[in-house]
Write a protein that binds this ligand. Structure first.
Ligand SMILES: [Fe+2]
Ligand SMILES: [Fe+2]
Length: 320
Protein backbone atom coordinates (compact mmCIF):
# COMPACT_ATOMS: atom_id res chain seq x y z
CA UNK A 1 0.00 0.00 0.00
CA UNK A 2 2.64 2.43 1.18
CA UNK A 3 4.73 1.64 -1.87
CA UNK A 4 2.07 2.60 -4.39
CA UNK A 5 1.42 5.93 -2.60
CA UNK A 6 5.14 6.70 -2.80
CA UNK A 7 5.22 5.94 -6.52
CA UNK A 8 2.28 8.22 -7.09
CA UNK A 9 4.00 10.97 -5.12
CA UNK A 10 7.19 10.46 -7.10
CA UNK A 11 5.36 10.77 -10.41
CA UNK A 12 3.56 13.91 -9.34
CA UNK A 13 6.80 15.26 -7.85
CA UNK A 14 8.79 14.56 -11.00
CA UNK A 15 6.17 16.34 -13.13
CA UNK A 16 6.19 19.33 -10.81
CA UNK A 17 10.02 19.37 -10.78
CA UNK A 18 10.14 19.35 -14.60
CA UNK A 19 7.61 22.18 -14.64
CA UNK A 20 9.68 24.29 -12.23
CA UNK A 21 12.76 23.88 -14.41
CA UNK A 22 10.87 24.56 -17.65
CA UNK A 23 9.51 27.82 -16.21
CA UNK A 24 12.89 28.88 -14.80
CA UNK A 25 11.49 28.76 -11.26
CA UNK A 26 13.47 27.87 -8.16
CA UNK A 27 13.41 24.43 -6.59
CA UNK A 28 13.05 24.76 -2.80
CA UNK A 29 14.16 22.33 -0.05
CA UNK A 30 10.60 21.06 0.51
CA UNK A 31 10.02 20.31 -3.20
CA UNK A 32 10.39 16.83 -4.62
CA UNK A 33 13.68 16.43 -6.48
CA UNK A 34 15.46 13.54 -8.21
CA UNK A 35 18.10 11.83 -6.07
CA UNK A 36 20.77 12.64 -8.68
CA UNK A 37 19.90 16.34 -8.48
CA UNK A 38 20.16 16.28 -4.68
CA UNK A 39 23.48 14.41 -4.75
CA UNK A 40 24.97 16.66 -7.42
CA UNK A 41 24.04 19.75 -5.44
CA UNK A 42 25.37 18.35 -2.16
CA UNK A 43 28.66 17.58 -3.89
CA UNK A 44 28.89 20.94 -5.67
CA UNK A 45 27.78 23.14 -2.77
CA UNK A 46 29.91 21.37 -0.16
CA UNK A 47 32.97 21.50 -2.44
CA UNK A 48 32.27 25.18 -2.95
CA UNK A 49 31.99 25.72 0.83
CA UNK A 50 35.25 23.82 1.43
CA UNK A 51 36.97 25.97 -1.21
CA UNK A 52 35.94 29.16 0.58
CA UNK A 53 37.22 27.84 3.92
CA UNK A 54 40.50 26.40 2.60
CA UNK A 55 40.87 29.54 0.47
CA UNK A 56 41.35 31.55 3.66
CA UNK A 57 44.76 29.95 4.20
CA UNK A 58 46.91 31.23 1.31
CA UNK A 59 45.85 34.79 2.11
CA UNK A 60 45.71 34.38 5.89
CA UNK A 61 49.41 33.69 5.47
CA UNK A 62 49.95 37.40 4.71
CA UNK A 63 47.72 39.12 7.31
CA UNK A 64 50.55 39.64 9.80
CA UNK A 65 52.96 40.74 7.06
CA UNK A 66 50.76 43.07 4.99
CA UNK A 67 52.82 46.18 4.12
CA UNK A 68 50.58 48.74 5.86
CA UNK A 69 47.76 49.00 8.39
CA UNK A 70 45.32 49.77 5.57
CA UNK A 71 46.37 46.68 3.60
CA UNK A 72 46.11 44.58 6.74
CA UNK A 73 42.55 45.81 7.42
CA UNK A 74 41.49 45.16 3.81
CA UNK A 75 43.03 41.69 3.77
CA UNK A 76 41.44 40.75 7.09
CA UNK A 77 38.03 41.88 5.83
CA UNK A 78 38.51 39.86 2.66
CA UNK A 79 39.53 36.68 4.46
CA UNK A 80 36.57 37.08 6.84
CA UNK A 81 34.26 37.40 3.83
CA UNK A 82 35.54 34.04 2.60
CA UNK A 83 34.69 32.48 5.99
CA UNK A 84 31.19 33.94 5.64
CA UNK A 85 30.85 32.49 2.12
CA UNK A 86 31.79 29.08 3.51
CA UNK A 87 29.15 29.35 6.21
CA UNK A 88 26.30 30.40 3.87
CA UNK A 89 27.21 27.54 1.60
CA UNK A 90 27.36 24.92 4.38
CA UNK A 91 23.88 26.14 5.41
CA UNK A 92 22.64 25.82 1.82
CA UNK A 93 24.03 22.26 1.62
CA UNK A 94 22.36 21.35 4.94
CA UNK A 95 18.94 22.12 3.42
CA UNK A 96 19.55 19.10 1.18
CA UNK A 97 19.82 16.75 4.16
CA UNK A 98 23.56 16.52 4.88
CA UNK A 99 24.87 17.33 8.37
CA UNK A 100 27.48 20.05 8.77
CA UNK A 101 29.63 17.73 10.89
CA UNK A 102 29.66 15.20 8.05
CA UNK A 103 30.94 17.83 5.64
CA UNK A 104 33.62 18.99 8.11
CA UNK A 105 34.66 15.40 8.57
CA UNK A 106 34.95 14.85 4.82
CA UNK A 107 37.15 17.93 4.59
CA UNK A 108 39.55 17.22 7.44
CA UNK A 109 40.01 13.58 6.51
CA UNK A 110 40.97 14.59 2.97
CA UNK A 111 37.92 12.83 1.44
CA UNK A 112 36.30 15.99 0.11
CA UNK A 113 37.54 17.94 -2.88
CA UNK A 114 37.93 21.71 -2.99
CA UNK A 115 39.23 24.06 -5.66
CA UNK A 116 42.77 23.07 -6.63
CA UNK A 117 43.81 26.70 -6.86
CA UNK A 118 44.22 26.86 -3.08
CA UNK A 119 46.91 24.20 -3.17
CA UNK A 120 49.38 26.72 -4.55
CA UNK A 121 51.59 28.71 -2.19
CA UNK A 122 51.84 32.47 -1.66
CA UNK A 123 55.54 33.35 -1.33
CA UNK A 124 55.24 37.08 -2.16
CA UNK A 125 52.99 40.03 -1.26
CA UNK A 126 52.13 40.36 -4.96
CA UNK A 127 50.34 37.02 -4.62
CA UNK A 128 47.62 38.85 -2.66
CA UNK A 129 47.14 40.99 -5.76
CA UNK A 130 47.14 38.00 -8.12
CA UNK A 131 44.70 36.03 -5.99
CA UNK A 132 42.25 38.93 -5.86
CA UNK A 133 42.57 39.83 -9.52
CA UNK A 134 42.78 36.34 -11.03
CA UNK A 135 41.32 33.87 -8.52
CA UNK A 136 38.44 36.02 -7.28
CA UNK A 137 38.04 37.26 -10.87
CA UNK A 138 37.60 33.69 -12.12
CA UNK A 139 35.27 33.00 -9.17
CA UNK A 140 33.06 35.89 -10.27
CA UNK A 141 32.84 34.61 -13.87
CA UNK A 142 31.89 31.20 -12.49
CA UNK A 143 29.49 32.39 -9.80
CA UNK A 144 27.48 35.18 -11.44
CA UNK A 145 25.59 32.60 -13.56
CA UNK A 146 25.12 30.50 -10.40
CA UNK A 147 22.91 33.28 -8.97
CA UNK A 148 20.34 31.82 -11.40
CA UNK A 149 20.94 28.22 -10.32
CA UNK A 150 17.65 26.36 -10.02
CA UNK A 151 18.16 25.39 -6.37
CA UNK A 152 16.82 28.34 -4.33
CA UNK A 153 19.14 28.34 -1.29
CA UNK A 154 22.23 28.02 -3.52
CA UNK A 155 21.22 30.74 -5.99
CA UNK A 156 20.29 33.15 -3.20
CA UNK A 157 23.54 32.56 -1.29
CA UNK A 158 25.40 33.29 -4.50
CA UNK A 159 23.85 36.75 -4.92
CA UNK A 160 25.49 38.07 -1.78
CA UNK A 161 28.70 36.16 -2.35
CA UNK A 162 29.11 37.71 -5.81
CA UNK A 163 28.78 41.23 -4.43
CA UNK A 164 31.64 40.54 -2.04
CA UNK A 165 33.72 38.79 -4.71
CA UNK A 166 33.65 41.89 -6.84
CA UNK A 167 35.22 43.86 -3.96
CA UNK A 168 37.84 41.11 -3.68
CA UNK A 169 38.68 41.33 -7.34
CA UNK A 170 39.01 45.12 -7.19
CA UNK A 171 41.28 45.06 -4.16
CA UNK A 172 43.57 42.54 -5.89
CA UNK A 173 43.68 44.64 -9.05
CA UNK A 174 44.52 47.69 -6.96
CA UNK A 175 47.39 45.92 -5.16
CA UNK A 176 48.90 45.01 -8.55
CA UNK A 177 48.29 48.51 -9.93
CA UNK A 178 50.14 50.07 -7.02
CA UNK A 179 53.05 47.64 -7.44
CA UNK A 180 53.17 48.34 -11.19
CA UNK A 181 53.40 52.07 -10.43
CA UNK A 182 56.25 51.44 -7.99
CA UNK A 183 59.91 50.51 -8.35
CA UNK A 184 61.43 48.08 -10.86
CA UNK A 185 61.63 45.47 -8.11
CA UNK A 186 57.93 45.90 -7.32
CA UNK A 187 56.96 45.62 -10.99
CA UNK A 188 59.06 42.47 -11.32
CA UNK A 189 57.37 41.02 -8.21
CA UNK A 190 53.91 41.68 -9.67
CA UNK A 191 54.81 40.17 -13.04
CA UNK A 192 56.43 37.09 -11.49
CA UNK A 193 53.34 36.48 -9.38
CA UNK A 194 50.91 36.83 -12.31
CA UNK A 195 53.13 34.42 -14.27
CA UNK A 196 52.51 31.78 -11.57
CA UNK A 197 48.76 32.35 -11.06
CA UNK A 198 47.50 32.92 -14.60
CA UNK A 199 47.25 29.32 -15.87
CA UNK A 200 45.97 27.81 -12.59
CA UNK A 201 43.26 30.53 -12.55
CA UNK A 202 42.17 29.56 -16.08
CA UNK A 203 41.96 25.95 -14.94
CA UNK A 204 39.50 26.92 -12.18
CA UNK A 205 36.71 26.58 -14.77
CA UNK A 206 37.38 22.86 -14.92
CA UNK A 207 38.50 20.59 -17.75
CA UNK A 208 37.68 21.30 -21.42
CA UNK A 209 34.03 20.60 -22.36
CA UNK A 210 34.86 17.33 -24.18
CA UNK A 211 36.40 16.07 -20.96
CA UNK A 212 33.67 17.22 -18.56
CA UNK A 213 31.13 14.37 -18.36
CA UNK A 214 28.81 15.83 -15.68
CA UNK A 215 28.41 19.27 -17.22
CA UNK A 216 25.57 18.30 -19.58
CA UNK A 217 23.34 16.98 -16.81
CA UNK A 218 24.05 20.02 -14.61
CA UNK A 219 23.06 22.27 -17.49
CA UNK A 220 19.83 20.30 -18.06
CA UNK A 221 19.02 20.82 -14.37
CA UNK A 222 19.61 24.58 -14.64
CA UNK A 223 22.44 24.39 -12.12
CA UNK A 224 25.21 25.18 -14.57
CA UNK A 225 24.36 27.84 -17.16
CA UNK A 226 27.47 28.00 -19.35
CA UNK A 227 30.05 25.40 -20.31
CA UNK A 228 33.56 25.39 -18.82
CA UNK A 229 35.11 26.55 -22.10
CA UNK A 230 32.59 29.38 -22.53
CA UNK A 231 33.30 30.66 -19.04
CA UNK A 232 37.05 30.41 -19.58
CA UNK A 233 36.69 32.44 -22.78
CA UNK A 234 34.71 35.14 -20.97
CA UNK A 235 37.42 35.31 -18.33
CA UNK A 236 40.24 35.74 -20.85
CA UNK A 237 38.21 38.40 -22.68
CA UNK A 238 37.84 40.23 -19.38
CA UNK A 239 41.51 39.90 -18.39
CA UNK A 240 43.26 41.12 -21.53
CA UNK A 241 42.13 44.78 -21.36
CA UNK A 242 42.67 44.83 -17.58
CA UNK A 243 46.23 43.52 -18.03
CA UNK A 244 46.83 46.37 -20.48
CA UNK A 245 45.76 48.93 -17.87
CA UNK A 246 48.07 47.28 -15.34
CA UNK A 247 50.96 47.09 -17.80
CA UNK A 248 51.31 43.40 -16.98
CA UNK A 249 51.99 40.73 -19.61
CA UNK A 250 49.78 37.65 -19.44
CA UNK A 251 52.16 34.67 -19.73
CA UNK A 252 50.71 33.25 -22.93
CA UNK A 253 52.29 34.20 -26.29
CA UNK A 254 49.24 32.85 -28.14
CA UNK A 255 46.85 35.52 -26.82
CA UNK A 256 45.57 37.44 -29.85
CA UNK A 257 42.32 39.16 -30.81
CA UNK A 258 40.33 37.04 -33.23
CA UNK A 259 38.18 39.37 -35.32
CA UNK A 260 36.11 36.53 -36.78
CA UNK A 261 35.17 35.05 -33.41
CA UNK A 262 34.93 38.36 -31.61
CA UNK A 263 37.04 36.87 -28.78
CA UNK A 264 40.66 36.56 -27.75
CA UNK A 265 42.40 33.34 -28.80
CA UNK A 266 44.64 31.79 -26.18
CA UNK A 267 47.06 28.87 -25.87
CA UNK A 268 46.61 25.31 -24.66
CA UNK A 269 46.74 24.72 -20.91
CA UNK A 270 48.85 22.05 -19.21
CA UNK A 271 46.09 19.74 -17.97
CA UNK A 272 48.62 17.18 -16.73
CA UNK A 273 49.61 19.64 -14.01
CA UNK A 274 45.96 20.29 -13.14
CA UNK A 275 45.33 16.57 -12.66
CA UNK A 276 48.44 16.24 -10.49
CA UNK A 277 47.24 18.99 -8.14
CA UNK A 278 43.72 17.55 -8.19
CA UNK A 279 45.13 14.16 -7.23
CA UNK A 280 46.62 15.73 -4.11
CA UNK A 281 50.15 16.23 -5.38
CA UNK A 282 50.13 20.03 -5.58
CA UNK A 283 52.57 22.26 -3.70
CA UNK A 284 50.39 22.63 -0.59
CA UNK A 285 47.61 19.98 -0.54
CA UNK A 286 48.89 18.27 2.61
CA UNK A 287 49.55 21.55 4.45
CA UNK A 288 46.05 22.90 3.72
CA UNK A 289 44.17 19.86 5.00
CA UNK A 290 46.45 19.44 8.04
CA UNK A 291 46.01 23.07 9.03
CA UNK A 292 42.22 22.82 8.69
CA UNK A 293 42.21 19.69 10.83
CA UNK A 294 44.25 21.39 13.57
CA UNK A 295 41.99 24.45 13.51
CA UNK A 296 38.92 22.22 13.72
CA UNK A 297 40.32 20.26 16.65
CA UNK A 298 41.51 23.34 18.49
CA UNK A 299 38.07 24.89 18.04
CA UNK A 300 36.26 21.93 19.64
CA UNK A 301 35.88 23.74 22.99
CA UNK A 302 34.17 26.69 21.27
CA UNK A 303 31.62 24.39 19.61
CA UNK A 304 31.06 22.59 22.92
CA UNK A 305 30.56 25.84 24.79
CA UNK A 306 28.16 27.15 22.15
CA UNK A 307 26.15 23.91 22.32
CA UNK A 308 26.04 23.99 26.13
CA UNK A 309 24.92 27.63 26.04
CA UNK A 310 22.18 26.87 23.50
CA UNK A 311 20.99 23.90 25.60
CA UNK A 312 20.90 26.01 28.75
CA UNK A 313 18.93 28.72 26.97
CA UNK A 314 16.34 26.27 25.66
CA UNK A 315 15.95 24.67 29.14
CA UNK A 316 15.44 28.19 30.55
CA UNK A 317 12.81 28.92 27.94
CA UNK A 318 10.94 25.71 28.69
CA UNK A 319 11.08 26.44 32.44
CA UNK A 320 9.80 30.00 32.11
FE1 LIG B 1 34.49 33.72 -1.66
FE1 LIG C 1 36.68 36.07 -2.70
Amino acid sequence: MAESTETMDDDAGAARFAELLANEHRVEPTDWMPEGYRKTLIRQISQHAHSEIIGMQPEGNWITRAPSLKRKAILMAKVQDEAGHGLYLYSAAQTLGIERETMFDQLITGKAKYSSIFNYTTPTWADMGSIGWLVDGAAICNQVPLCRASYGPYGRAMVRICKEESFHQRQGFEILLQLMRGTDAQRAMAQESVNRWYAPALMMFGPPDDDSPNSKQSMAWNIKRFSNDDLRQRFVDMLVPQAEILGITLPDPDIAWNEGRGHYDFGELDWAEFHEVLAGRGPANAIRVARRRTAHEEGAWVREAARAYADARSTERIAS
